[in-house]
Design a protein around this ligand. Sequence first.
Ligand code: AMP
Length: 617
Amino acid sequence: MEFAAFADRAERLEAESADLATTAGVADLLSAADDLATVTRFLLGRVFPAHDTRTLDVGPASCHEAIARAAGPNVTAEDVETRLADRGEIGAVAAGFDFGGQRGLSAFAGGRKPLTVAELDRSLRELAAVEGAGSESTKVDSLFGLFNRCEPAEAKVLARLVLGEMRIGVGEGTVRDAIAEAFLVADGGAGGGDDSVNDGSDDDSVNDGEKNGSDAVALVERALQVTNDYGHVAVLARRAGEEGLRAEGLEVGRPVQAMLAQAGTASDAVESFGEVAVETKFDGARVQIHYVPGGGCGGAGDDGAHEDAAFGPRLYSRNMDDVTDALPEIVEFVASRVDVPVILDGEIVAVDDEGSPLPFQEVLRRFRRKHDVDRMRETIPCRLHAFDCLYADGDELLDEPLSTRHERLVEVLPDAAADVRTTTDIEAVESIEADALEAGHEGVMLKDPESAYTPGDRGREWLKRKPAVETLDAVVVGAEWGEGRRAELFGTFLLAVRSDETAVATGTGPTGTNGTNVAADGPDGYATIGKVATGLTDEALADLTERLEPHVVSESGAELRLRPEVVIEVGYEEIQTSPSYGSGFALRFPRFVGVREDKSAAEADSVERVARLAESE
Ligand code: AMP
């Protein structure tokens, strides 16, 4: 495809404001493109796929310099910058110059040789490979040569491409949808598959595209997650359709996006997963490890495509940057212990002399370091905590349940595999969290043991437990007798908070049907908020019973009303609005923390504070 044709399409896409029309326009362009992989990447302002660590490494100053030179002897880089300040965007500035005047000076005097997309891609890749002394001026020279051959619309796209910002209103989601529309959906785009074009593959079979839209998009999405290359996925969709996308798998050495977590509570986890896999949340930096041990250990895929591809451990950050060289002790650790090809997911944590975790900022001092690595290795040693295994010894594990992936992890790298404990008990989660915090970690992660690994997805299968919420100091205004062994003791305690005039005046207090304040379900000036029966040892129950008995006002069945005298501290998972209690709020999973001997009832928390806490959650 000629670059001018691409630039023209880009211009039309930029002018389009409707999403559907943009997707259709992109689908149309992809269907027509012979250099499909490159066109797809260019649309997203990329020369290299996201998993590729190469960059053009051309700063704005070099780009401005190249534009100025192509624009003629009277134009300087400062002129370009002045125009940039005025126009606000480099594409518009580049399009505003006439590069034709310089063409006579170029090697193509006597006739402009049109740039093709393929040629531009090659030139930019060559430019990316230039290194060392003088590389900057070499890069400016080659950019000058390219701008020199551009008409305004081409210059606009080239300048934006060089600086990695296409600004034509085509995002990753649009390209994903367009790939599906062009090559998978029946009567989408150009009807799918175009035999007349050559995408660089030697297989001309067309897609089997009878997919409906959302299935097709999901398939494309999935292939993007494992490959991180829009160009590759577009070619695959055109060449091998649904089957090809489905068969696309992991490749050791090609990083995938990390699975992400949402915030959630222990009760959320128990409610949605039943059994919860509880892991320590390490306070460090995410790392993905790819390793194919040498010594004839075989390849990285069932197809044997990588049979001789042994390579040392490579470490990638969450953004898929290669951080291998910065962390030699992790490389050595993995190389000395793992003897099958693997892709592992984990966290790198900086540790002190005793091996206790250091704050997150410390690991960042190691992560991207290029110089002084050996000295820093001594100063801030790092440790790996691996928590997932995406691939082991020829087996792709993304769709296996977490529990199976963890078993494989323990098999391949027992020394660094994070512990997992499975439970259905919220209090057990809390105690694991307390241990993790005590050991200097950040908290806990709560995962569904049945869940697959979904790269790049911030789903509900992994929950990072919210930091402990603030506790409440509540007044005990009622109690119920315990049962069985505890029949002689109070077992459940009715809690209330102060409901003073402020609360009523600001409307935070609940109002009865007749418009009156219904805080009367507690003693005057107090409004109930929940009952607590957990977190209480026999000893605590005996102590509370003794403290509260002198304040009993009335008794009916197992229930007692108490004068508001004793204040206790309670923890909870969440505060919800609720019609069940006089305050208008209810504590979710309240638990007894301790008696506030130092506080009188008048100093207990108010409905107002509860409302504020509820709002801030
Ligand atoms: P956050 O950065 O607060 O969104 O929390 C998610 C991050 O916690 C992940 O990206 C990991 O870097 C990190 N993390 C620490 N321990 C674990 C673990 N056991 N499982 C998953 N992620 C973890």
